[in-house]
Design a protein around this ligand. Structure first.
Ligand code: SF4
Ligand code: SF4
Length: 176
């Protein structure tokens, strides 16, 4: 008799599930949403005129517990400037075979150059393509930005950049 009740109890779970809304996610055709603060692919950000925020300081690399970041800084010059101030990140790589998505690197960044996006579609079929360089990590140029290298905004200092006082070239007044 107890076996009979066990079977009925089993069917109870089945019948109970038959009338629930399906939770099937149609990935990859319809990728589902993620939490707003989901730690996905990193992004190297730019100032409104297109100069890069990364100053090549390597703090992100030192903060990373998985040794996933490699940075080589270099000096800006008057003829070739990629960021405000003295230095920029000439080489910047993140190894997504190592990254655990902890976000310690973005907390360490002094210029908010490094943030994380919600993009999680980073699977690949070989190891080398999972080491992302600046070509994949740099934020795209928004309308009004100029691709570096180029000079800082006329009359500005690097402090103006850090304090958020820079506007895109297209938004600057042409009248004295
Ligand atoms: S998210 Fe964490 S593991 Fe990934 S690169 Fe940043 S510090 Fe390293
Ligand atoms: S991303 Fe930030 S912490 Fe990392 S090297 Fe560039 S400025 Fe420094």
């Amino acid at each position: 008799m107890s076996k009979f009740f066990d079977a009925v109890a089993g069917f109870g779970v089945t019948f109970g599930s038959m009338f629930k809304k399906p939770v099937t996610e149609e990935y990859p055709e319809k990728p589902g949403p993620v939490a707003k603060r989901y730690h996905g692919r990193h992004q190297l950000n730019r100032y409104p005129d297109g100069l890069e925020k990364c100053i090549g300081c390597e703090l992100c690399a030192w903060a990373c517990p998985a040794d996933a970041i490699y940075v080589e800084g270099a000096d800006n010059t008057d003829t070739e400037r990629f960021s405000p101030g003295e230095r920029y990140g000439r080489v910047y790589q993140i190894n997504y075979l190592r990254c655990i998505g902890c976000g310690l690197c973005i907390e360490a960044c002094p210029t908010r150059a490094l943030t994380m996006t919600n993009d999680y579609e980073m699977a690949d079929d070989n190891r080398s393509d999972l080491i992302y360089g600046k070509d994949k990590l740099l934020a795209p140029l928004a309308p009004g930005m100029e691709p570096p290298p180029h000079a800082m905004a006329p009359g500005s200092t690097d402090d103006d950049y850090y304090l958020g006082n820079i506007t895109p070239p297209s938004a600057r007044s042409t009248h004295g």
